[in-house]
Design a binder for this molecule. Structure first.
Ligand code: PLP
Length: 486
């Protein structure tokens, strides 16, 4: 594809500027003025050429507005565009973060009400909307837990227990918070083994950190037993709520025995994500822990006014201001649009879609933890195909040729050649069927013409990349300049 400079042709313009209505001045050095033969270095093209250029560019990468994106654990669902408009209402988006509370009444009220909704959804009483990502929510949660133990004279509690299927951010957060990670084994059903948990808890346990449903897409059916084991040992239970898309209106973290959790608004509550942001990972906790939440909290006064307030035993501030506020507005709009019943339907449809795919693919791929219905996602293994010389990475690349983004691959670590598939509730039956056709077709290719899969992708603007180099030496400009593969 041509660069914008290659499209450029001298004298073409894409805008009509109004006549000059101020005195002309010639501060610009003559050599840079066009009429003096100067070269501005700016591309010159018509509006139509530029529009086509950028529309074409926007389709070179796969994205959720272009096609299904079944990236397990990430909940890449379709997000209503209406909410983008709402978040951009001038009075909200133009608000300066340092205006006094009285001039930010609308925004404060939205934050307060969103906090109330998130408490209702999780069963908790305290909330902070500050964390700017799920990972930062985890950090905030651990800091709250540490403050709690410290307030009880139990500063020595610094061990965070987590299953071997945990999301990578869980151990990372724990280490960053100066805690020690203690692994708990999963049993043959892919669920936390209560016996191993009993062996691992003790006087140093700060918390048990668990994703439910877990990263295999399975609900921890013995959750109350697990959380009681930890409570009895004096520890607290933290739920990584990034998978809340499976539980809305169906189950509340508080009722499962958790003390604190985070939610990923950018996964579950209507903000498109990927590529680094913007995110929002509010932390919601029990009344007992609320006094440790980061400063400031949003409170309602007796006269009904809403303002920021210092939190007496807070562990401190997390961010300079209030997090990614636009994401909060969108989450509020999403919850209000759907209502309680609508939210429950979101999760019900997410579960139905995942189970539909799981059963349609059952004959073609291995599923080591198929013990009945899954939640909103499931994890297949590409072992059968790997024996034929076709690895999961190859299957992922081949899916791009069929117009789909790959599922999450090689995670969770406890499944060989893992393919973690999360269709979400926003895909239609037709789209799910087309995805099944692609997967079945690739399974057939792996047997009959494996080179089609191992050489993939062939229909994308950039062919197979050196994955290691792409991570270590991130340079997205270079290939375009050299015209390679484009
Ligand atoms: C996405 C995710 C996280 C991390 O969220 P970020 O916003 O990317 O930091 C944590 N846990 C699980 C289970 C997730 O899926």
């Amino acid at each position: 594809m041509k660069t914008v400079f290659e499209i450029s042709s001298p004298g073409r313009i894409g805008v009509s500027l109004p006549d000059l209505d101020v005195p002309a001045t010639s501060e610009i050095p003559p050599g840079l003025l066009r009429e003096n033969g100067g070269k501005t270095g700016l591309p010159e093209a018509t509006e139509g050429q530029i529009l086509r250029h950028y529309v074409n560019l926007s389709t070179m990468n796969h994205h959720v507005d272009k096609g299904m994106y079944p990236l397990g654990s990430c909940t890449m669902k379709y997000n209503p565009k209406l909410h983008e408009n709402l978040a951009r209402i001038r009075g909200l988006s133009g608000l300066h973060p340092l205006v006094p509370d009285e001039l930010a009444a609308g925004s404060l009220e939205l934050m307060y009400r969103l906090g109330e909704f998130l408490c209702e959804i999780t069963g908790f009483e305290g909330v902070s909307l500050q964390p700017a990502a799920g990972a930062q929510g985890e950090f905030c949660g651990i800091m709250i837990i540490k403050s709690y133990h410290e307030s009880r004279g139990e500063k020595q509690r610094n061990e965070i227990l987590m299953p071997d299927s945990a999301h990578g951010t869980n151990p990372a957060t724990s280490t960053l918070s100066d805690c020690v990670v203690v692994g708990v084994e999963s049993n043959e059903y892919g669920l936390v083994d209560p016996e191993d948990l009993k062996r691992k808890v003790g006087p140093l346990t700060a918390a048990f950190m668990l994703t439910n449903p877990n990263t295999l897409g399975l609900f921890e059916s013995r959750i109350e037993e697990l959380t009681s084991i930890v409570h009895e040992a004096g520890g607290l239970n933290y739920m990584d709520g990034a998978n809340m898309n499976a539980l809305l209106g169906i189950a509340k973290p508080r009722e499962m025995g958790f003390d604190v959790c985070h939610l990923n608004l950018h996964k579950t509550f209507s903000t498109p994500h990927g590529g680094g942001g913007p995110g929002s990972g509010p932390v919601i906790c029990s009344e007992e822990l609320a006094r440790f939440l980061p400063d400031p909290v949003v409170i309602r006064e007796d006269d009904g006014s809403i303002r920021f307030s210092r939190n007496q035993d807070s562990f401190g501030r997390l961010l300079a201001f209030q997090g990614n506020i636009g994401v909060l507005y969108k989450a509020y709009a999403y919850i209000r649009t759907l209502g309680a019943e609508g939210l429950r339907e979101v999760s019900e449809n997410a579960l139905i879609n995942a189970n539909y795919l799981k059963s349609k693919l059952a004959d073609y791929f291995d599923n080591p933890f198929d013990n009945g219905p899954c939640m909103h996602e499931f994890v297949l293994s590409g072992d059968r195909q790997a024996k034929l010389g076709v690895r999961t990475l190859d299957i992922a690349k081949r899916l791009l040729d069929y117009g789909f983004h790959a599922p999450t691959v090689y995670f969770p670590l406890i499944v060989h050649e893992a393919l973690m598939i999360e269709p979400t509730e926003t895909e239609s039956l037709e789209e799910l069927d087309t995805f099944v056709e692609a997967m079945v077709s690739i399974a057939g290719e792996a047997v009959e013409k494996p080179y089609l899969v191992t050489d993939a992708p062939v229909n994308t603007p950039v062919l197979r990349l050196d994955e290691v180099k792409a991570v270590k030496d991130l340079c997205v400009v270079e290939p375009v300049d050299k015209g390679e593969n484009i």
